[in-house]
Write a protein that binds this ligand. Structure first.
Ligand code: NAD
Length: 480
């Protein structure tokens, strides 16, 4: 078999120790890999490269397209960029796949039956990093959800379920509040689910869904969600399984894939030879399936399960008096897995990747464009001149042409007309202007309104055009 080229980074902290252990097992199991080592992380940051990624690493990555990455230490402050966020967006790794399994009774956990795969959207949502301070009192962060972005990760979740014999996909969103952003994710989920009639699907509002995931994880199978919820909840599930040291993750894109443990570089235990290499090893197992070496993946995962069953445990999961038999360090744990290659677990659920088709990410699909019409504008002001009625009074003298001031809000709450005097107001105001007639708004009317507001001395901090799409308002309504 031809060797598959992969890019490998040893990372920081416990990274070099767990990577050495992982590669030892991969080699002993007969993985056909040609390894290209690259440098990432703390030392690269300290050389003044703000991405933390040596330029040679890019060259290797764009050629091999497969990255096995140990955790790195991100220096605090200093304008450094998160290497993980850079990798995900630059390489278009849109799906983050994190399986979390309980290994009860061999690893202590309150949730003996958990076997859940969290698939997190990896590029959008509040992670686009578009933040602004707009007034003395108010900052904002833009939450961006796109239809192609949602479609790709949701379709990937259903394809993953189909390929891995999973029965159900659950979607977690907060679309009772974020009707447009999380609403788009939810509608996309419901639409795509129809293409997979053999797979059950359901959705929860993320707050109660998170509570259920944390208390009855056995009722979940595959769970797909936008970036922030996925970030938080995948850590919760990994931690409740027994140790963060046990879970691996795959970051999947159309052309590239990156595999890593879910935990960080654990500097407090670095250099002591006691870190659990399992998270990185299980990530490497996902990588072997990805590159078509399913048989080796099955051999390694089976031997690892047997090692856990035999009570050969690193300190993070070692519990005297329970099923732990021998407390071992990183290298001895790796040796124990190597010694069990060819064996299978006796009671833990066996794995077999040989029959599973690879989950191939589908390209984003294009759909017919909706008819977009401008019908008004939200103008945001920095103003600390008094109460809402006083602001409305001042605005009366600002010519608005074909536009009409419908409503004023402060932090999204209607304060004029007919606001509550008790509503607390910051210096951040929104004026909603809409066309007087049912006719579309002319762009020139928006421009002249802004000019008039500025001439009247108002500090316009931003605008959001109000559009309809095929006649449906593309903006949230003002409640109250
Ligand atoms: P961490 O995951 O490194 O450590 C959290 C806790 O879990 C610590 O008590 C640690 O000792 C323990 N732990 C983690 N991995 C373990 C393992 N394999 N075996 C045994 N115990 C383990 O999180 P942190 O302390 O918040 O972050 C440390 C550094 O890692 C920071 O610089 C952070 O930015 C970085 N980090 C990197 C990644 C990544 O590269 N993907 C992810 C998260 C954090």
């Amino acid at each position: 078999m031809a060797k598959t080229p992969i890019t490998v980074a040893y990372g920081d902290g416990i990274g070099p120790e767990i990577m050495a252990a992982t590669l030892e097992i991969l080699e002993a199991a007969g993985a056909e890999l040609s390894i290209e080592e690259v440098e990432i992380g703390e030392r690269v940051y300290k050389r003044g490269i703000v991405t933390g990624l040596d330029p040679k690493a890019w060259e290797s990555l764009t050629r091999t397209r497969v990255f096995l990455k140990a955790p790195i230490t991100t220096p605090q402050g200093g304008g450094y960029k998160s290497l993980n966020v850079t990798m995900r967006t630059a390489l278009n790794l849109f799906a983050n796949v994190r399986p979390t399994v309980s290994y009860y009774p061999y690893v202590e956990t309150k949730y003996p039956k958990m076997d859940v795969v969290i698939i997190r959207e990896n590029e959008e949502d509040l992670y686009t990093g578009i933040e602004h301070r707009q007034t003395d009192q108010v900052v904002q962060c833009l939450k961006l959800i796109s239809r192609p972005g949602s479609e790709r990760v949701i379709r990937y979740a259903f394809d993953y379920a189909r390929a891995n014999g999973r029965k159900k996909v659950t979607c977690l969103v907060k679309d009772n509040i974020m009707k447009m952003t999380d609403g788009l994710f939810h509608q996309t989920f419901d639409r795509i689910a129809q293409e997979y009639p053999e797979i059950e699907h359901n959705s929860w509002i993320v707050d109660i869904g998170a509570a259920k995931l944390a208390t009855t994880p056995e009722s979940f199978d595959v769970v797909v969600m936008p970036n922030l919820y996925g970030d938080i909840l995948s850590d919760v599930t990994a931690e409740t399984s027994g140790s963060v040291g046990l879970a691996g993750s795959a970051n999947i894109g159309e052309r590239y894939a990156m595999f890593e443990a879910i935990h960080g570089s654990a500097p407090a235990i670095a250099g002591q030879g006691i870190a659990n290499p399992s998270g990185l090893l299980l990530a490497a197992v996902m990588m072997l399936v990805h590159v078509g070496q399913s048989e080796v993946a099955t051999r390694i995962h089976s031997a690892w399960l047997k090692t856990i069953e035999d009570g050969i445990h690193t300190p993070d999961i070692y519990r005297p008096g329970g099923h732990s038999v021998e407390k071992v360090g990183t290298a001895a744990f790796a040796d124990a897995v190597v010694a069990r290659l060819g064996q299978k677990p006796t009671t833990l659920k066996a794995v077999n990747y040989q029959d599973a088709p690879k989950t191939v990410p589908s390209p984003a699909q294009t759909s017919a464009k909706a008819l977009k019409q401008l019908v008004g504008v939200d103008v945001f002001l920095d103003w600390d001149g008094g109460r809402p009625d006083q602001l409305a009074e001042k605005l009366e003298s600002v010519p608005a042409g074909a536009l009409n001031l419908d409503v004023i809000t402060n932090r999204g709450i209607k304060v004029w007309p007919n606001g509550f005097p008790e509503t607390f107001c910051t210096d951040h105001w929104r004026l909603r202007y809409r066309s007087r007639q049912e006719a579309p708004t002319a762009r020139a009317d928006v421009v002249s309104l802004l000019g008039n507001l500025v001439s009247a001395g108002f500090d316009v901090i931003k605008t959001e055009n109000l559009y309809t799409f095929d006649g449906v308002p593309g903006y949230s309504q003002v409640p109250g």
